[in-house]
Ligand binder design. Structure first.
Ligand SMILES: Nc1ncnc2c1ncn2[C@@H]1O[C@H](COP(=O)(O)OP(=O)(O)O)[C@@H](O)[C@H]1O
Ligand SMILES: [Mg+2]
Length: 265
């Protein structure tokens, strides 16, 4: 664990990422404060996942650099755990078996790992489902398993790529609340990708807006100074939320319109 809430957890320095014949993001400089919750929003295809992959060390920037807690990132970011939109549960393992994967891969003591898995099964509301297989679970329950998988390895940084995009609106609201509860009780840094500006504001301390691709740039980073804990059910009608939404949307909307123009024949 990195005990300090001071300083910067993730620092992207003038990051450009090009694929053959296509530059996804260009010259992105972004800092995610240790212990904070930052969302990245932008039109579809603008390079949000690419940026998260760069922070995860799954892909190397073509230009620029990444620092994690002040140290240059080379290879996989071992301080981070990744939660994808499509949960990656192993169908032949039970809920408990899936939650135990991370500790097992890290060579944890089996008795300690079993105890920890039991705790995470309780904390994520999976009591009674420990011996179920993924196909026996609802979408929301599968997300709970994915959250337990992410949190059990106690990463300093959690990277989430549209984790709730495929859920119905009510399940999604519940899962968002549960993520905030988990995060609030931790000192973890979260970098959260979504195309949903309301979700980004409701959850985050800061919202980073990317422009339409190709060669997406950072349009701005907006502070969300709404107090916590937040009531996600009512927050969207709070006049201060509406005000923040308006100001961010005024820059995001132009980017969304540009991205529409580009996909028209
Ligand atoms: N491995 C890759 N090879 C080629 N192009 C890629 C690759 N990964 C992403 N891209 C392109 O980079 C752009 C940004 O992709 P992505 O980061 O997935 O966007 P977003 O997550 O914002 O929807 C897209 O145009 C995509 O096609
Ligand atoms: Mg994406």
């Amino acid at each position: 664990m990195n005990g300090s809430l001071n300083g910067t957890a993730i620092c992207l320095k003038d990051v450009t990422k090009s694929f053959p014949g296509y530059t996804a993001v260009r010259g992105i400089s972004l800092e995610v404060r240790a212990g904070s919750f930052l969302s990245v929003v932008g039109p579809s295809g603008c390079g949000k996942s690419t940026l998260l992959n760069v922070a995860a060390g799954l892909t190397q920037p073509s230009e620029g650099a990444v620092e994690i807690f002040g140290k240059p990132l080379a290879g996989i970011n071992r301080s981070a755990a990744y939660m994808f939109q499509q949960d990656a549960l192993l169908p032949w393992k039970t809920v408990r078996g899936n939650i135990l994967l991370g500790p097992e891969l890290r060579g944890a003591d089996p008795a300690q790992a079993a105890q920890s898995a039991g705790e995470w099964i309780r904390r994520t509301g999976l009591d009674g489902f420990a011996d179920h297989y993924p196909h026996q679970l609802s979408g929301g329950m599968r997300k709970r398993v994915a959250m337990a998988q992410t949190w059990i390895v106690d990463p300093d940084i959690v990277l989430m790529d549209e984790p709730f995009g495929a859920l119905d609106v009510h399940t999604r609201l519940r899962m968002e609340g549960e993520i905030l509860n988990l995060w609030a009780g931790s000192r973890k840094t979260v970098m959260f990708v979504t195309h949903d500006l309301e979700e980004a504001i409701a959850l985050s301390d800061e919202v980073a807006v990317l422009s339409a691709g190709p060669s997406s740039r950072l349009v701005g980073v907006y502070q969300v100074s709404l107090e916590r804990p937040r009531n996600l059910i009512d927050i969207k009608t709070d006049p201060r939320f509406v005000e923040i939404y308006r100001s961010i949307w005024s820059s995001l909307r132009e980017e969304v319109l540009k991205s529409y123009e580009r996909i028209q024949p």
